[in-house]
Design a protein around this ligand. Structure first.
Ligand code: ADP
Length: 318
């Protein structure tokens, strides 16, 4: 038998889905390890919700397979649905129910014994800063508290995986950051988290691995830093004391470069390594330097670049 630790928390293989003539997914492959904080990042209509709805049994898959800890989500749906807690985009509770009752009812729905459910509700109310609101009806909660309750509800049956569909869509910046703190706590406690988002900043702040999805395909995957290093543009920007009159040294002209007056921009895969060589060559050519700057793309630029490529239908390097 394969050791549990080597089985991915979520393994998606060649997943396809159409809605009538609309192609929502055209061959998704993803592997999410236990304990990972994973972000599915993509613009609206990319296929994020379809992917997680297939995972949680809300949408049927057409082709391919999805396994949760080695269990097929279609054949073994009882197991896989227990293993997952889903916090949907929309609030899914009755406004006139007290907070604690909402959690306990959710426990009952998953067959958690009453006492255990009461204890679990207390733990979660504490964890999500809602203990003082336990007996208040939901409509009295602020928007941020409702968001936290939504996540607490998804965690009531102690799932190993928490899936969040756009957890901070339409939420103001301050509240978003508060929610991030709660999500980081859950991650630190060992919960595997998969979130969908179209906020690059969110993926960069929270996730140790990100898959960029567009037009129903994964266009890139890796840690935010890895994506920036492999897909982002990087260059060295050098401002000379005056425009060069006798041309530039070969160390520069052998690369992609742009010279605009005294401002020189040189593309380099490893700009940090290249900086010493460039400065030495310029110095030997008698050129004086005023300023040097290494410019690296952020995840947002990588994201825009990759999703534009996907729209043009260029091949995808994953
Ligand atoms: P995302 O969550 O990334 O915004 P979705 O998975 O919701 O993307 O949508 C992917 C594509 O499938 C989009 O073109 C969307 O319009 C379409 N789609 C999603 N759900 C349905 C549905 N129930 N019926 C028809 N088309 C749908």
């Amino acid at each position: 038998m394969v050791a549990q630790t080597t089985v991915p928390a979520i393994a998606i293989h060649d997943l396809h889905k159409h809605y009538g003539s609309v192609t929502a997914l055209s061959g998704i492959d993803l592997s999410i390890q236990r304990g990972q904080f994973f972000g599915l990042l993509g613009p609206n209509g990319a296929g994020k919700s379809t992917t997680i709805h297939i995972l949680t049994g809300l949408v049927t898959l057409e082709r391919g397979s999805v396994d949760v800890f080695g269990h097929d989500v279609v054949r073994d749906y009882r197991y896989t649905r227990r293993a997952i807690g889903l916090a949907p985009q929309e609030f899914n509770f009755d406004r006139f129910f007290p907070v604690r009752e909402i959690l306990e009812l959710q426990g009952g729905y998953y067959g958690v014994p009453k006492r255990r459910a009461a204890r679990r509700a207390d733990e979660l109310l504490e964890l999500f800063g809602l203990a003082s609101k336990a007996d208040d009806k939901v409509h009295k909660l602020s928007g941020g508290m409702k968001r936290r309750l939504l996540i607490a509800k998804a965690m009531m049956h102690e799932p190993e995986i928490l899936i969040l569909d756009e957890p901070t869509a339409g939420v103001d910046v301050e509240l978003r950051r508060t929610l991030w703190t709660y999500l980081r706590q859950l991650s630190e406690q060992g919960t595997t988290i998969l979130l969908t988002t179209h906020y690059i900043e969110e993926a960069e702040a929270l996730c140790d691995e990100v898959a960029i999805i567009d037009c129903g395909r994964i266009v890139a995957q890796g840690s935010p830093q890895h994506l920036i290093e492999t897909s982002g543009g990087r260059h060295l920007e050098i401002v000379l004391t005056e425009p060069p009159t006798d041309g530039l040294p070969a160390a520069i002209t052998s690369r992609d470069y742009v010279l605009d007056g005294a401002r020189l921009i040189v593309t380099a895969d490893r700009p940090r390594q290249f900086v010493a060589e460039a400065l030495q060559a310029l110095y030997e050519a008698g050129l004086m330097i005023n300023e040097v700057r290494i410019v690296e793309s952020n995840l947002e630029e990588v994201f825009i670049q990759l999703t534009e490529r996907a729209k043009k239908g260029e091949s995808h390097a994953v």
